[in-house]
Ligand binder design. Structure first.
Ligand code: GCB
Length: 601
């Protein structure tokens, strides 16, 4: 059997047995019995981290994770979760308390719960995300630590969880660090906290803990991938069922719990016009997981992007994970439906989810609504390129987002960086990430949002050496906002060193909703509208342009932007304000997108 597996792997050069290794055994919550721990959690704000360090600044054995209570009237205990304030989970802390608005540091969370575990089941505690560094404890014991603010992680608690009186304590620290990913400087709010769902997940003793079921690159009916199980009974028969397509295929896992899967099927392909998802069941002898998976191919040919073999123009818009209508970090299905619904109203078939992995609802809803996704990790601006630990951290975040979203048809592009300054160390850092992503997922396209430069006052050039290693060139430009006035775009020509498709991954400028003036007055809706009009007349002249993602769908918070009355620590760059009002510019892109759509049919 091992030999057969090796042959399968070699035959399709799909590297199917390479898995991302997210923190914890659970890579997917689909089809599992889950118990939500969302709701109010007790919290202690701890700017000096005295719940973690003693007065000699050594980690203490009796930190807040012990959730101690005085045992007698003389006992000295200087904290009490149960008398402390609460925070809602999921949710950032900054928008839940005025005192925490600018807070960057440690907050301790505590949740008590009862849980009746079946004797033959395993239990995990799963965090959708915690920004940025999380130390997790159950019943006073440390489960582990997770770094990275936008990807999921989990810990097994089978042996520690008890029927009653469990206390889960999480120390969340969102202090920015020079060596972190992202680093000190970003143009978005550093929302801290347990920003996504927390849940308990129950599995059988041996369970299917990961799988990749995707069309083989270049094919429209050949499904390849792998299934992996974890537990004691690793050699098992695995059956993949797609009832609607009549697929029932069985495979055997090897002694490591791995099976390569490979079959042909007559499938209706997923596309924005028909976002067809199939019910897929993966049945092991000891487990059954169900998911909904769409099948589509994505590739490039010369300067074209091909979806299911046909050229497509990515009519897009950028989105931050900022909650519509209420502010703060977005986290819910409703947030996702609103944001993606607005993107659709703009005429988009594509969204760039900037600048970090967004919550899973965004990806799942994009799958359902037929919106292509560019997904990226927060390698933003000036990361410590020469630091091996920083690289490891970025690789891990990439592994975790690929681990979570590798079966989502909507995701077509992994982007490894945004506007990073040229240097040799940066190039080797990013090449490392690119080959890591290709290794984990050979089915999707790789990109990065790069910068461009002027060859002469009329010519924009894309020749970043990174371009050689990408499938799709991304480029951010702010002609008309940071670079001259809107009319400047009219006289510009674009050149590229590479015969590859270009997605203009950012362009635009700011306008406060209902702030009016003439088309050359900064911050007015008229100025912003003017930018987009001139941008479009420039963009349509770029022969290798295959996508556009204007910056940005909705206004967002940013600590770098203090201008009173206009910014107030926010970036009013959106087509739509945080309150849901539309700027004039909101109607410019749809006109172009309607034309593009007509020419597709
Ligand atoms: C950029 C960044 C984005 C900023 C934007 C701006 O190039 O990628 O994060 O918010 O410019 O508006 O300054």
């Amino acid at each position: 059997m091992k030999l057969c597996l090796a042959i399968v792997v070699a035959m399709f050069a799909f590297a199917p047995l390479v898995q991302a290794q997210p923190a914890g055994l659970i890579t997917n919550t689909a089809g599992r019995k889950t118990t939500s721990l969302d709701g109010q959690w007790q919290m202690i704000v701890d700017p000096y981290e005295s719940g973690y360090y003693n007065y000699r600044y050594q980690p203490s054995d009796n930190g807040y994770f012990k959730n101690a209570k005085p045992k007698s009237k003389s006992d000295l205990i200087e904290y009490d979760f149960d008398k402390s304030a609460t925070l809602k989970v999921p949710g950032d802390w900054n928008t839940q308390s005025d005192q925490l608005f600018f807070y960057e540091g440690t907050v301790w969370y505590k949740k008590s719960f009862d849980y009746h575990r079946q004797p033959d089941k395993r239990v995990f505690v799963y965090f959708g995300a915690a920004n940025y560094l999380a130390d997790v404890y159950l019943n006073g014991e440390k489960l582990g630590q997770h770094e990275g603010g936008f990807t999921p992680f989990n810990f097994e608690i089978t042996k520690l969880v008890r029927d009653t009186g469990n206390f889960l304590v999480v120390k969340v620290d969102n202090k920015r660090r020079r060596d972190a990913v992202p680093t000190l400087m970003t143009d978005w709010w550093n929302y801290g906290g347990l920003t996504r769902e927390v849940m308990l997940i129950e599995t059988p003793a041996t369970f299917v803990n990961d799988y990749m079921v995707q069309l083989k690159p270049g094919s429209r009916d050949h499904v390849v991938g792998w299934v992996r199980s974890a537990g004691e009974k690793l050699s098992q028969r695995i059956t993949v069922r797609i009832p609607e397509a009549g697929v029932v295929k069985s495979f055997a896992t090897d002694g490591n719990g791995l099976a390569a899967i490979d079959f042909t099927a007559d499938l209706k392909l997923w596309s924005p016009a028909n976002p067809k998802l199939y019910d897929v069941a993966i049945e092991a002898e000891t487990d059954l997981v169900r998911d909904q998976i769409g099948f589509r191919s994505i590739e490039t040919r010369g300067t074209d992007i091909l979806l299911n073999g046909r050229p497509i123009f990515l009519r897009g818009v950028c989105i931050h994970e900022e909650a519509p209508l209420r502010g703060g970090r977005a986290y819910s299905r409703e947030d996702a439906v609103t944001l993606l619904g607005w993107a659709k109203e703009l005429g988009a078939n594509f969204v760039r989810l900037a600048h970090y992995p967004h919550n899973e609802f965004m990806i799942r809803e994009a799958d359902r609504m037929g919106i292509l996704v560019w997904s990226e990790i927060p390698v933003y601006w000036t990361i410590e390129w020469e630091n091996a630990a920083t690289l490891e951290n970025a690789r891990n975040q990439l592994s975790e987002v690929i681990g979570r979203d590798k079966n989502r048809a909507a995701v077509v592009i992994w982007s490894v960086a945004n506007e990073t300054p040229l240097s040799d160390t940066r190039l080797s850092f990013l090449r490392n990430l690119i080959s890591h992503a290709r290794h984990l997922d050979p089915t999707r396209l790789l990109s990065a949002a790069m910068e461009r430069h002027y060859l002469d006052p009329k010519t924009q050039m894309i020749d970043d050496p990174l371009g050689e290693f990408l499938d799709v060139l991304g480029c951010n430009e702010y002609v008309g906002w940071y670079d001259g006035l809107p009319e400047k775009a009219d006289g510009l020509e674009w050149k590229s060193k590479y015969q590859k498709p270009l997605v203009m991954s950012e362009f635009g400028g700011d306008a406060l909703f209902n702030h009016h003036g003439d088309s050359l007055t900064r911050w007015t809706e008229e100025y912003q509208e003017n930018i987009y009009q001139h941008q479009i007349s420039m963009l349509i002249r770029i022969p290798f342009l295959r996508g556009a993602a204007p910056w940005i769908l909705m206004d967002f918070r940013s600590p770098r932007r203090p201008l009173p009355g206009i910014q107030d620590y926010g970036k009013p760059t959106g087509f739509i304000s945080g309150g849901g009002e539309t700027n004039k510019a909101c109607y410019v892109m749809p006109r172009w997108y309607r034309e593009l759509k007509k020419s597709e049919n």
